[in-house]
Ligand binder design. Structure first.
Ligand SMILES: [Zn+2]
Length: 129
């Protein structure tokens, strides 16, 4: 009997946690530490390789984009520009210090997005033209 009560009270506590307004708060996006969404602006053209600096492997593109947040300097290299292509294609987050070069060479792929990027990370970004 004691065990059943324990189970029932556990279920009750669990159901409370689902109904509680505190737990109803959901994170919609990972925003910019400087406030609001990241403002991703193209600062350079990117050559993307699939592999590493030592072993570049497959060339993905010579016409990629290097985006940086105008507020916090977070950077990402993408195969495509979402405003033009509706997707990112191959991408890799890369926040190294931007030196003002019009061309960056990027190694490695973190993932692929073949449609307009949505979700926890992407919803926190505005892609500037
Ligand atoms: Zn930012």
């Amino acid at each position: 009997m004691k065990k059943i009560c324990k189970i029932l009270s556990a279920i009750f506590v669990l159901s409370l946690s689902f109904m509680s307004p505190v737990n109803a708060v959901e994170l919609r996006y990972a925003g910019c530490p400087e406030g609001g969404r990241h403002s991703m602006e193209v600062v350079a053209r990117a050559i993307m390789y699939e592999g590493t600096y030592q072993n570049p492997g497959k060339l993905i593109t010579t016409g990629g984009k290097y985006y940086k947040c105008t507020k916090c300097d977070m950077g990402i290299v993408t195969q495509f520009s979402p405003h033009v292509s509706g997707c990112l294609g191959a991408y890799i987050f890369d926040s190294r210090n931007y030196t003002g070069s019009a061309l960056v060479v990027s190694y490695g792929v973190e993932g692929y997005e073949w449609s307009w990027p949505t979700g926890y990370i992407w919803d926190g970004m505005d892609w500037l033209d």
